[in-house]
Write a protein that binds this ligand. Structure first.
Ligand code: NAP
Length: 280
């Protein structure tokens, strides 16, 4: 548990023994001075897990926000991601070093392969480079994002190292029951990207549940992630909504409420199929 600004945020213990907060802050689209200020505000609210990526082109702003916040670096879990153009053994070290430089930090807490790019076929080489970087003490935890069961099985079988995290699209319209069950079997922590479904109609659905608990629909959706034991990483540019999104540990959902939200399943937000989506 971490006490921040009066809010107690539970932790999750990863398969490698490291602890990370049970909710994080997404930073996609937060760039420039406004983006930096939004991250400073999020840290002020109590977020201690920041999710960025080399491809968000905002690592410099995230790093500056960390320094401006006055919060000790070691109290913040910094997560970033390796883009497709750096897949490969040597390339991964170069991509990692670019992130390190952008962020202005000397280690990364959680480093993820952003997309598997099975057509390129080099994610295993990247994974081996990440294992080496972890052994050198430059990364605390290594994981992946957007990996399917097949990608994970191949990675684990070939390297013998289980990713600490798989960050996947997960929201009431795409609850990912099979992936969550597979992760639980292997001790892989699920993280939910676009946990509010990028707002797309998802906040209208749980309004009745929200009324029953005296909270907002966004809080119900984020609490649903907590009940599923996935780590949501909501993004908000507004200090008010940042605080609202963090305040989800003072109530619980019943099993029936969790099931009713999971039944909203309708599919992915966009064409983010890990077998075919390519981002470099
Ligand atoms: N690994 C991947 O491939 C991948 C892909 C996509 C995203 N991600 C990560 O996941 C993070 C979150 O996903 P996301 O940014 O796509 O979507 P999201 O967090 O599901 O939704 C963000 C949207 O919801 C609004 N919002 C936030 N809190 C709200 C509230 N309490 N009430 C009403 N509206 C609210 C935000 O507007 P305001 O800003 O105006 O509040 C914004 O428009 C990203 O920032 C990124 O870090 C990872």
């Amino acid at each position: 548990m971490r006490e921040t600004e009066g809010m107690t945020i539970p932790s999750r213990t990863l398969g490698d023994g490291n602890e990370i907060p049970a909710i994080g802050f997404g930073t996609y689209l937060l760039s420039g001075d406004d983006g930096r200020d939004a991250v400073v505000s999020a840290l002020g609210c109590g977020y201690r897990l920041l999710d960025t990526a080399l491809n968000y082109e905002n690592e410099a702003e995230v790093g500056e926000a960390i320094r401006r916040s006055g919060i000790p670096r070691e109290d913040i879990v910094v997560a970033t991601k390796l883009p497709g153009r750096f897949h490969g053994f040597a390339e991964t070290r170069a991509g990692f070093e670019e992130s390190l430089t952008n962020l202005g930090v000397d280690y990364i807490d959680l480093f993820l392969i952003h997309w598997p790019l099975p057509r390129v076929g080099k994610f295993l080489d990247s994974w081996r480079a990440m294992i080496a970087l972890r052994e050198e003490g430059l990364i605390r935890s290594i994981g992946v994002s957007n990996f399917t069961r097949e990608h994970l099985e191949f990675l684990i079988q070939e390297s013998g190292v289980v990713p600490a995290v798989n960050q996947i699209e997960l929201h009431p319209h795409f609850p990912q029951a099979e992936m969550r069950a597979f992760h639980a079997e292997y001790g892989i922590q699920t993280q939910s990207w676009s946990p509010l479904a990028h707002q797309r109609s998802v906040l209208a659905d749980p309004a009745a549940v929200a009324d029953a608990h005296g909270v907002t629909p966004a809080q119900v959706v984020l609490r649903w992630h907590v009940e599923l034991r996935s780590i949501p990483i909501p993004k908000s540019s507004s200090p008010k909504r940042q605080r609202e999104n963090l305040d989800v540990f003072g109530f619980e959902l019943t099993d029936a409420e969790v099931a009713s939200i999971s039944s909203l399943e309708s599919g992915r937000l966009w064409g983010g199929d890990p077998d075919t989506n390519e981002e470099f």
